[in-house]
Write a protein that binds this ligand. Sequence first.
Ligand SMILES: NC(=O)C1=CN([C@@H]2O[C@H](COP(=O)(O)OP(=O)(O)OC[C@H]3O[C@@H](n4cnc5c(N)ncnc54)[C@H](OP(=O)(O)O)[C@@H]3O)[C@@H](O)[C@H]2O)C=CC1
Ligand SMILES: CC(=O)C(=O)O
Ligand SMILES: [Mg+2]
Length: 752
Amino acid sequence: MSKRQDALDYHSSGRKGKIEVTTTKPCATSLDLSLAYSPGVAEPCLEIEKNPLMAYEYTAKGNLVAVVSNGTAVLGLGDIGALAGKPVMEGKGVLFKRFADVDVFDIELNTKDSDEIIRTVKLLEPTFGGINLEDIKGPECFYIEEELKKIMNIPVFHDDQHGTAIIANAGLLNALVLVDKKIEDIKIIVNGAGAAGIACANLARILGARPENMYLCDTKGVIFKGRTEGMNAYKERLANDTDARTLEDVMVGADVFFGVSAKGAVTKEMVASMAKDPIIFAMANPDPEITPDEAKAVRSDVIIGTGRSDYNNQINNVLCFPFLFRGALDTHASAINDEMKMAAVKALAALAKEDVPDSVRKAYSNVEIKFGREYLIPKPFDPRVLLHVAPAVAQAAMDSGVARRPIENMAKYLESLEALQGRSKEIMRGLINKAKSNPKRVVLPEGEEEKILRAAQVLIDEGIAIPILLGDKEEILAKIKELNLDLGNVQIIDPATSPKRGEYIDALFDMRQRKGITRAEGKRLIKKNRNYYGAMMLEKGDADALLSGIEHHYPDTIRPALEIIGKQEGLSKVHGMYMLVFKKDVVFCADTTVTIEPTAEELAETAILTAQKVRHFEVEPRVAMLSFSNFGSAEHPLTLKVKRATQLVKEWAPDLIIDGEVQANLALDPELMERQYPFSKLKGNANVLIFPDLQSGNISYKLLTRLGGAEAVGPILMGMKKPVHVLQRGDDVSDIVNMAAVAVVDAQMIEK
Ligand SMILES: NC(=O)C1=CN([C@@H]2O[C@H](COP(=O)(O)OP(=O)(O)OC[C@H]3O[C@@H](n4cnc5c(N)ncnc54)[C@H](OP(=O)(O)O)[C@@H]3O)[C@@H](O)[C@H]2O)C=CC1
Ligand SMILES: CC(=O)C(=O)O
Ligand SMILES: [Mg+2]
């Protein structure tokens, strides 16, 4: 199918268009109706009448942005009219929602009369927390924005001007670092002197570019002092005192080209005439002024970005407006000012220099992403952009006095932004904060693995754990250097040469001599098998937790821990669970990894240990003992086993909220439970699901991740004497960090 057809089908398949409105409150009963609408709704109305700021409390205003366009400069398609521009405006709504959870109404206005637009938008003020002007052409856009800013008390921001300027200049600052040039010295060409061009030029000047080194061009060529054709006050202010008349003229010796004009406006010859290490941001959409392939064909030293997502270095305002508005809305800012824009430039530029998480690499087909010529600015799917840009903007709003609701606790604010990105972040953040309150030593036997080293960096930077790396010291240090990490004085131990190896060999021999291990074999295991060395460190108190398995088979990792550490006294087995995170829910599933056919006693043990572990996550467990029967509805040895296990849990842990045996749908439907089985102890839907055997547990959690879209954290091992967790092959850095936090909190509990 053609790309054109793909795009048309994308827009027309299913519900037409790209957006719909959903509600945030229930409206299922007549009580709901009386609250949502008459008579209840009168109460918030009266509160807002008394104090208009209460609209932020009782309505969606504070998170609602109008994307307003008259369709006169839709991408680089030009004046295609308000209606034809609607797919782009809906698209902006999708991006606002996807990247920053900002709600949008797109408003297409069928007029080219600037004053009519101003009047209309002003009248919309009660509805919205902010106004994002989009694809309104220059020079009208300047007047419209300036006037609206004067008369409105909510942020008004023309995305094509400032969003583009912010991202282009953030990219420029980083590109200049790479080519070792100073902004004061460079010659900059801006092609296109409309909304985007004028704003890009103005911001570059604020950042230090010299007016005499900057040349603007439009359809009539260079904008020079004294030109009369096609001029306006905004072009006039940036006119250069020059004899050059064409783009071709000014491109000679230029260091930087900003293209915000039209497809194909730049030729290969022009690129060839630029200075050494030329920087080209060909930002026209959907087709750039010149493609990266064309530019690279004539200049191997070029650094190039485009507005498109299918090339490296996407210089597009999508990287700005969702996050900038997030910070502005969260502070109830009355405006988006220069300080906030500058904060966004700096935050974006700085973030590109940081190490990139695996989740981002995965979203981009695992390509290596590292600050450099092909990665100047962060990627839109990098979840850290929200966490860096929104707080920087919010802080600038507060510092510059436009915030009407200052953020009192930035750390909490950051957590709330993480929560926007999913429940897992929120729950994991709780656990990570617990870990940070008293970090413990976590030994990582796979010390030279890249993911382990990157995870160690996060653990150190965030103060979650004190990593100890096992492996060849020289090799690990070289890898740290190659990855550009800074692990400070991280402890690195080579088991082959460690002074402790004798003591550990003796201990292993003592433990295992009657279980078939000779002294020579003990020596080999401690020196050569780092999982044995790591487990022995834990046993001897030289580490507080062990985390391994990223490059090993599960049995190879767990065996040394079972032999050396062993399970807790009084337990029949160790048990394994997964935390499954859905958009709105979290469930904990066990046993998903260890015991194939548990007895009733073992099942009861799984339930109790899982409930205990769930409390580490600050979640109150509600346990369902799953089967294919509801409270005796089907009598069979398998259902009777679950029934008996439930009774045992009730005896052994009488305070636990638990019931069974139940079918999965009933466990997750409190209304049905209340209606049909009002006697059940399980009130509210279950968040801990105990499966009757390993087959059902393992199959279910895998189905839930595959078909249900759940994110899985685990396997979390329960019942070991000391904290040991097994990583999965293919785990990301964030998975390793999460499991380290789990291990640290385990270690804290043991200390208590
Ligand atoms: N990557 C990104 O994030 C963004 C990219 N853009 C792109 O920038 C372009 C302009 O958008 P915007 O500023 O909003 O539109 P405007 O209509 O406000 O401005 C367009 C400007 O480009 C000039 N122009 C048009 N064609 C040419 C050409 N062949 N050579 C030189 N100048 C030309 C026009 O000249 P004149 O004044 O003589 O009419 C005008 O100055 C679009 O392609 C758009 O997609 C815009 C915003 C963000
Ligand atoms: C990206 C954008 O806003 C534009 O091309 O108009
Ligand atoms: Mg636009």
